[in-house]
Design a protein around this ligand. Structure first.
Ligand code: C5P
Length: 259
């Protein structure tokens, strides 16, 4: 069970390819976001998949239902493991996305196709930013409402801050996946990652981070980790250490493992 999703946040395709050539699919899945997808397109996704990696295509779709359904059909045909959309696109948009993936799976007989996970409230939005766009409520209350909508629309899970996991865990139980960014290894944690990466546990621009251990014990299914891995001098060693820490955490909880 591979719970790490490494965020391929690189300024160009060559740098991403160079990083990927140093690692192994048994250590991590890969997240391709809008920057790298805009640079490398489907050809890059196919190349990563050919090398055996599961790809998390993080394009955060938000459009009219027909357009999002068409995008999901294309993502399914590309064979990506997981995609994101905005839950704030509404129930009809999410339902159209679900129907598109299910219908592709039936035709192509993939037997377990692309997972769809919903973004609730961007962690860059605070109460004032939300009020500015007409949402006069606490971000946590909006997160909860959108997670419930996503679950009702048969999304496979949500992306959220590790601090929102407790709020969401009760909604979908163990079959509702929770994917969390904002992860930083603890320099004094179970596995001394700081000794093998110059990056250590620096929070960078992340606020309110959690360690991999705490995120897994708290109920996250998958951890999106960027710079602590991508900027390490030996990404393989860091991934081994992170996986060891996650395994220790996972052995202490008795939830069903997602696949
Ligand atoms: O380098 P770092 O570990 O901070 O990278 C985290 C990744 O997760 C980045 O690709 C970032 O865009 C993404 N992300 C995030 N916070 C969110 C949603 C996504 O950091 N709330």
């Amino acid at each position: 069970m591979n719970r790490i999703i490494t965020a391929l946040d690189f300024a160009n395709v060559a740098k991403a390819q160079d990083f990927v050539s140093k690692i192994d699919p048994s250590l991590t899945r890969l997240k391709v976001g809008s920057q790298l997808f805009t640079l490398g397109g489907p050809a890059l996704i196919e190349e990563l998949q050919k090398q055996g990696f599961d790809v998390f295509l993080d394009l955060k779709y938000h459009d009219i239902p027909n357009t999002v359904a068409s995008a999901l059909q294309a993502a399914s045909a590309l064979g990506v493991w997981m995609v994101t959309l905005h839950a704030s696109g509404g129930p009809a948009m999410m339902k159209a996305a679900r129907d598109a993936v299910n219908s592709y799976d039936r035709q192509a007989q993939t037997g377990g196709g692309t997972r769809i996970v919903a973004v609730t409230v961007l962690t860059s939005l605070d109460r004032a930013e939300m009020a500015a766009v007409g949402l006069d409520k606490e971000p946590s209350s909006q997160v909860e409402q959108l997670a419930q909508l996503a679950h009702a629309a048969s999304m496979d899970g949500v992306v959220c801050s590790p601090h929102e996991v407790a709020l969401i865990r009760g909604i979908g139980k163990n079959d509702f996946l929770i994917i969390t960014p904002g992860i930083r290894p603890d320099k004094d944690g179970e596995v001394p990652v700081s000794q093998i990466t110059s990056h250590g546990g620096a929070p960078d621009d992340q606020r309110r981070t959690l360690t991999p251990y705490d995120a897994i014990v708290g109920g996250s299914d998958y951890l999106v980790i960027g710079r602590p891995v991508t900027q390490a001098s030996s990404p393989v060693e860091v991934l081994h250490a992170l996986n060891a820490e996650i395994q220790i955490a996972a052995s202490q909880i008795s939830t069903n493992s997602p696949d």
